[in-house]
Design a protein around this ligand. Structure first.
Ligand SMILES: *Cc1c(COP(=O)(O)O)cnc(C)c1O
Length: 403
């Protein structure tokens, strides 16, 4: 038996912190002074589009659950049944006992949905983007990426050690100039969001794809905010909406965690690219696979997309209705997605605006640098199929008072 040391004789916990830690305090203080200190607030769905927070019930205008599928009975039933039948975890990474038939089914369903030869499921969009870029690019590769791409794409490019250049946002002339400068013997990838997460605008994918073909580049398209929201019958994203063809040089990435109401991410493309990711993506290889409940909910989300077009239709009615209401208060906006930024510029002013809306019962998050460029702090408004016209009216009159 180990003798229990009386408390008085235990080694005292050091009261001073290790060398060099003082900068954590200085950093936090700096951020606070700049109105940039961030914190997580707790909110619960109550039910959508309402949320319950410490300040009471608020109408949620910042969720990415664009179709309200996270609360859909079919997804919830699929998840609970999967837990009852298969348990809560897989106990292994995909290559070491962590691949259930459900994972393969979901990958087949994604390939059908995206109309690609193959697909692979990752544990999140962040992990997918890191894994895809580090899996396909190395120090001999040139990566050209849009200046406003999501952080996960930037991080992937940095981690890959590729020669990474950023072109001006949506600027295909700039992109072409950079493509022309790449030495002929270098493999090259163009990387872009389809719908930009903080601006809601669309990448000029037709031109980008044409440039990829002309300059023999691969193309990675992140449809995190496009899938479920844009498209035709399949609602698979901007690629489908623009009627662009399948091409072996294109890899489609997206997440199940936004319009699809679940969690995890997908990568869809040609067999050789998917095969390469299985061999080389460390974020795929070295992480336990998603649990059956999550996979089954994602499978149901794809079925709901196909079988219940009313959710996407309602979302788009709401987007058009919001545009109308805004024009009544003198603001012309033209939305191309469920994301509508109101750029105020100043960080402190944006925080105050967000707080004022909250006091009026609306939850609209202030987005500040470094998530967006300096001087472009904004209110990021998102719409969903759960909103009703009276909710949108309410937000617009609160915005009128505010602005
Ligand atoms: C949200 C987002 C991701 C990350 O997806 P998660 O599944 O939340 O990790 C990746 N890319 C873009 C463009 C996103 O908006």
């Amino acid at each position: 038996m180990t003798p229990i040391t009386p408390e008085s004789e235990q080694t005292p916990i050091a009261l001073c912190e290790p060398f060099g830690w003082s900068h954590f305090y200085a950093d936090a203080e700096d951020l606070r002074r700049q109105e940039r200190l961030r914190s997580c607030r707790t909110v619960s769905p109550a039910p959508r589009p309402w949320i319950e927070s410490n300040e009471g019930r608020l109408l949620d205008f910042c969720s990415n659950d664009y179709l309200g599928l996270s609360q859909h009975l079919r997804l919830k039933t699929a998840a609970t049944q999967a837990i009852e039948n298969l348990g809560t975890g897989t106990g292994g990474a995909r290559l070491i006992g962590g691949t259930l038939p459900l994972h393969s089914q979901l990958e087949q369903a994604v390939a059908d949905w995206k109309q690609t030869p193959a697909a692979l499921v990752f544990n999140s969009g962040y992990q997918a983007n890191i894994g895809v870029i580090t899996g396909l690019c190395d120090r001999h590769t040139v990566i050209l990426s849009d200046k406003l791409n999501h952080a996960s794409l930037i991080d992937g490019a940095i981690m890959s050690r590729a020669d990474h250049h950023r072109y001006g946002h949506g600027d295909t002339d700039h992109l072409e100039r950079l493509l022309k400068q790449i030495p002929a013997d270098k493999p090259r990838w163009i990387v872009t969001d389809s719908v930009f997460s903080m601006d809601g605008d669309l990448a000029p994918l037709k031109t980008i794809f044409a440039l990829a073909e002309q300059y023999d580049a691969g193309l990675i398209v992140d449809e995190a905010h496009g899938s479920g929201v844009l498209g035709d019958d399949r609602s698979s994203g901007l690629w489908e909406y623009l009627d662009l063809p399948h091409s072996p040089r294109v890899l489609h990435v997206g997440t199940f965690s936004k319009a699809l109401g679940g969690f995890g991410a997908y990568v869809a493309g040609s067999e050789i690219l998917i095969q390469t990711l299985v061999q080389r993506s460390r974020s795929f290889i070295y992480s336990t696979s998603l649990p059956p409940s999550v996979i089954d909910a994602n499978l149901s989300a794809l079925e709901v997309l196909r079988g219940e077009p009313q959710h996407k239709l309602k979302l788009w009615e709401n987007i058009r209705y919001f545009e109308q209401c805004m024009s009544h208060i003198g603001l012309t906006i033209q939305a191309n997605s469920a994301i509508i930024p109101l750029i105020l510029g100043d960080d402190a002013k944006t925080l105050v605006a967000s707080q004022t809306l909250q006091d009026a019962g609306f939850y609209v998050q202030a987005i500040r640098p470094p998530t967006v460029p300096q001087g472009s702090a904004r209110l990021r408004i998102t719409l969903s199929a759960c909103h009703e016209p009276e909710h949108i009216n309410g937000l617009c009159s609160a915005l009128k008072t505010l602005l």
